[in-house]
Design a protein around this ligand. Sequence first.
Ligand SMILES: [Zn+2]
Ligand SMILES: [Zn+2]
Length: 373
Amino acid sequence: MNWSDIYWRNTLFFIGTAIATVVLVPWYIWTQGLTWPLVAMFVIGSAGTCLSITAGYHRFLAHRSFHMRPWVKNLFLLFGAGAFQSSAIWWASEHRRHHRFVDTEQDPHNIREGFMHAHIGWMMNKSGPTSRMEFAPDLMADKWIMLQHNYYVPLAIFMGFIVPLGIGFAIGSPMGGLIFGGVARVFFTNHVTFFINSLAHTLGTRPYSDKQTARDSWVMAFLAFGEGYHNYHHVFAADYRNGIRWYQWDPTKWLILSMSWVGMTYRLRRTPPAEILRARLQNEQIRLVHYGMSPETVAALKHRVEEAQARWRQLKEDYRTVKKDVQTRSLDRLARMKADMKVAKLEFHLAWKQWSVYRRALASSPRLAPSYS
Ligand SMILES: [Zn+2]
Ligand SMILES: [Zn+2]
């Protein structure tokens, strides 16, 4: 390691917030006790800044996966600064670079260079790319984004430390406010985000693509406000969702969706289900052939699943169209269509189950599984 390569501002900040959290939190609880308002400051502050990063910096600015009213965007820029993860334009540009060059030397936090490099090391090293903005020319045209960039440091200090200190004053504990709403919250939210670059490229499954290291993990999703479905995200980065099933923990998706109900966000982009299924089947097709199944059998099975899904979706769409047309619809026709739809759904589920039986049986084989673990 070369000492002159160390980016001291970041390094001292990361070490400083870590030591301050580890020392000050127990000291404060030991001497002053812990009160509910301080817990609330930590929880609400963490949720607010984390969601500003996940929904604002990440899914909106880096990926443009939905639209947002300008005043809502400015709120995200304001609270995002308080997360101490650099300006939005730098964050979004580096993240786009990560997506484009994932797992290569040009990936700013390439996991192949080690866990610690991907987690935090890349930000403590000056020898990275010279321009941190080259992947975000569209964002440079936005005066508010540039304003946040130009005044990032005072804005971050104000939102990250001065505001919690002020709230602390209001509730009778300025030091408590600074520790729980400021230092400890910054330390926590920073590492939650950093884990996406390190752990989400190390632990979990790869349902949609084995070609890169990003992984899906519900544990990471729980920790990082839905960002843990990282394999899906790397394949379908333009989708505003990371957890696509209703039961998958993705508070960022729920926030964006609920904001659309009141017009704060709009034109939310979703990947069509047929495309998602195709990616998954293609990925698993390679595995099944690798596990020893005949390529012809796998191709026929895959075709059956895709056909069944397409038929079911088409019937659903036809049903909706007929139901809307009050002039021509009849109860008989609707009942018949509904029955066809149910049969098509069953056929799809059956085909998918058959596919899954082979996938699970072969994936659990101890001889074969490790190459894809
Ligand atoms: Zn990634
Ligand atoms: Zn991304």
